[in-house]
Design a protein around this ligand. Structure first.
Ligand SMILES: Cc1cc2nc3c(=O)[nH]c(=O)nc-3n(C[C@H](O)[C@H](O)[C@H](O)COP(=O)(O)O)c2cc1C
Length: 359
């Protein structure tokens, strides 16, 4: 399907923005140079930090790329829940010989300042996670020449994305690594979520804007499958996390294919919002009672996660990963894009040959 979005980059492959220092300019440049769409993640960064990365990326490639922002979060933690969780994490702080972080370090992630930077220095695409920007914001970005995309995890959320005026919706299946981009998180969200193929179909029957499919995609054959289901492109996170250009720690990269880590789960243990990661000790011990309190819990556990990484202890880190993690390939990002494109072409040929035979 041709659209303003797919006309931007030759291959239907988007490298997912990955906050926490993973989708660095080198990764985004390699993907965009290879014909996909590279993305920077502005989440947890200052507006100036984001600007510096944009400048750096522009020095590495003249190709289009995107920047991803987190939406500011309303306050909906039950009062006292964060204090109780802090009490429960006291033993972790003692173990890692650090202090817990200040849960009240800020909940808007510098949204307004980052928007101002993007309006002054327009990029090809901007995507949003954890909610929908106002129609005015989406319109001002469009007038600046930026295509807008917003994550949705249900057809209802996709409808809100279309009504606000975004150019495309990112259908994020429950298989996806990292945070679910659910628009409003409440304790009752049990994290069951919708599988990607079902979600694409539901969203396609609800909205008319192009759909980018995300969640568990590790091979070109899966890209062919989501395109056949009606998506215009596929967004891959975990597959790119394993590349040498990604800024993920070596511990995180190695854990993806380490037989010690057999499964992933959605957890609130590290950030207070459901996010998919490899099941480790921290998740097992604290996941069951972690409160719906994002970003307070993110700030609270930040020093613990950093101390665990310094100590080389993968059991105390947030090892974000999608359900396809074991299929990760440690290839340079540009080469990975080429192989995905070859696999996609082979799967598409197989599909059309089969169709021809059946006629
Ligand atoms: C380490 C990691 C960090 C992520 N950070 C972000 C982010 O900052 N913004 C965002 O929109 N999505 C983020 N995601 C989710 C991705 O956009 C995407 O939905 C997901 O990676 C797709 O599933 P996959 O990992 O199985 O490919 C992150 C995913 C991972 C694995």
């Amino acid at each position: 399907m041709s659209s303003a979005l797919t006309d931007l980059f030759p291959l239907p492959i988007v490298q997912a923005p990955m906050a926490g220092g993973v989708s660095v300019p080198q990764l985004a440049a390699a993907v965009s140079e290879a014909g996909g769409l590279g993305f920077l993640a502005a989440g947890y960064k200052t507006a100036d930090g984001m600007y510096q990365e944009i400048k750096q990326l522009r020095g590495l490639t003249g190709r289009p790329f995107g920047v991803n922002l987190f939406m500011p979060q309303p306050e909906y933690a039950e009062s006292g829940a964060v204090e109780v969780y802090a009490h429960q994490l006291a033993g972790e702080a003692a173990w890692y010989e650090t202090e817990l972080g200040d849960p009240d370090s800020g909940r808007d992630d510098g949204y307004e300042a980052k928007l101002a930077v993007l309006l002054d220095n327009p990029v090809a695409a901007a995507s949003f996670h954890f909610g929908v920007p106002s129609p005015e914001v989406l319109d001002s970005l469009r007038r600046a020449g930026t295509l807008t995309l917003v994550t949705a995890t249900t057809a209802e959320e996709a409808l809100a994305v279309e009504r606000a005026g975004a150019d495309a919706v990112i259908a994020q299946g429950v298989e996806a690594g990292g945070h679910q981009g659910t628009h409003r998180d409440v304790q009752e969200n049990d994290g069951s979520g919708i599988g990607l193929l079902s979600l694409i179909a539901q969203i396609r029957e609800t909205v008319g804007i192009p759909v980018v499919a995300a969640g568990g995609i590790m091979r070109g054959s899966q890209i062919a499958a989501v395109l056949a289901a009606g998506a215009s492109a596929a967004q891959l996170g975990t597959a790119f996390l394993a590349t040498p250009e990604s800024g993920a720690t070596e511990l995180h990269k190695q854990a993806l294919t380490n037989p010690l880590f057999t499964r992933t789960e959605l957890t609130r243990a590290f950030s207070g919002r459901p996010a998919r990661g490899l099941v480790n000790r921290f998740m097992r011990e604290h996941g069951p009672y972690a409160p719906a309190a994002y970003p307070e819990v993110h700030h609270l556990t930040s020093p613990l996660r950093k101390a665990a990484a310094r100590a080389g202890d993968a059991q105390g880190m947030a090892l974000w990963a999608g359900q396809g993690h074991r299929m990760a390939r440690e290839l340079p990002a540009g080469q990975l894009v080429e192989i995905l494109a070859e696999e996609l072409a082979a799967a598409s040929t197989a599909l059309s040959t089969k169709e021809g035979e059946e006629r």
